[in-house]
Design a protein around this ligand. Structure first.
Ligand code: ATP
Ligand code: MG
Length: 291
């Protein structure tokens, strides 16, 4: 039995997601990751983070990456963002080699990367300023996006006055407000409580439907990956490479209380455990400390 059959066994005949099955022409490829590798060199010590990853991500697709802690997920996302140069291979956006950040890509950082001296409103506004959106249009847009992430009452708060989850929501609003073609999200909901996380996941799906944006999403949560993704890319331990690509062939929004959803989720967790992909976090940390 193939992996796909094994994963989908007993969960009924899935409906095909349009964004995956119907968008397979060359011109629809927004992101092409072509044989990239990354080795960090610091103080004479080399750390090979990524080894030979190739993947095409189509326009309007939501692809999530899941893999052990410290395997190289952020490194990969930063290379797609053009913030980091690969040591092997290249990333292409459309036909252009990606060697610098661009307005076509928004980034939600794992560590928020906000401007602490600016208010919530001014942080969310940053991208609009860079994009030269007139001041008269900015306020309404910022209000809309702050409402979307549930921060409408904190527009004038300082970043230092916010909780981790609130900071993450500022980061999400800041990235989405400029409506980039591609949104790169590094564990964007990781610091949120379960309820807020579910709300923002639903909002992301709604936005995706409206805008047709391409989303590259890193997560540690199988539940989140199954709920959101067209494809889940499973990464190995470092030096990381693609172990498996799991296609989730259902339309969104998905019913996470359905037996099919839970059956697939359980099977993916079993698969990750069976293949020893998701080692415990403490094991990874110990290894990193010992290096
Ligand atoms: N600037 C850097 N210089 C040297 N090594 C680095 C640098 N950034 C990351 N690394 C190393 O590269 C490896 C991958 O790091 P990365 O942050 O990409 O992992 P990750 O999968 O995002 O981890 P996590 O799940 O904890 O977010 C780690 O071993 C890390 O220590
Ligand atoms: Mg990371």
């Amino acid at each position: 039995m193939s992996l796909k059959e094994w994963l989908l066994e007993d969960i009924g005949t899935p409906r095909k997601s349009k964004s995956v099955s119907d968008a397979k022409t060359e011109s629809d490829k927004t992101i092409r990751i072509d044989g990239i590798g990354k080795t960090y060199s610091r103080n004479g010590k080399e750390t090979e983070a990524i080894r030979n990853i190739s993947l095409d991500i189509r326009k309007g697709e939501l692809v999530s990456f899941i893999g052990p802690s410290g395997c190289g997920k952020t490194t990969l996302l930063r290379m797609i963002a053009g913030l980091l140069e690969p040591t092997e291979g290249a990333v292409y956006i459309g036909n252009d080699i990606c060697d610098e950040p661009g307005r076509d890509r928004g980034f939600v950082f794992q560590d928020f990367a906000l401007l602490p001296w600016r208010s919530v409103r001014r942080n969310v506004e940053t991208g609009l300023e860079i994009a030269h959106v007139p001041k008269s249009e900015r306020k309404a847009l910022v209000d809309e996006y702050l409402r979307m992430v549930g921060l409408e009452n904190f527009a004038d708060s300082k970043i230092s006055e916010l909780s981790g989850g609130m900071k993450q929501r500022v980061g999400i609003a800041r990235a989405l407000i400029v409506k980039p073609d591609v949104v790169l999200m590094d564990e964007p909901f990781g610091a949120l409580d379960a309820q807020t996380r579910n709300i923002l996941q639903s909002q992301l799906i709604r936005i995706l439907k409206e805008t047709g944006q391409t989303i590259v999403f890193i997560t540690h949560s199988v539940d989140e990956a199954v709920y959101l993704s067209d494809r889940i890319v499973v990464l190995t331990k470092r030096p990381t490479t693609i172990k498996e690509i799991i296609e989730i062939p259902w339309e969104r929004p998905r019913d996470r209380s359905s037996p099919e959803f839970n059956a697939l989720k359980k099977r993916i967790v079993e698969y990750l455990e069976k293949e020893n992909v998701m080692e415990t976090v403490s094991e990874t940390n110990e290894k990193q400390r010992g290096e």
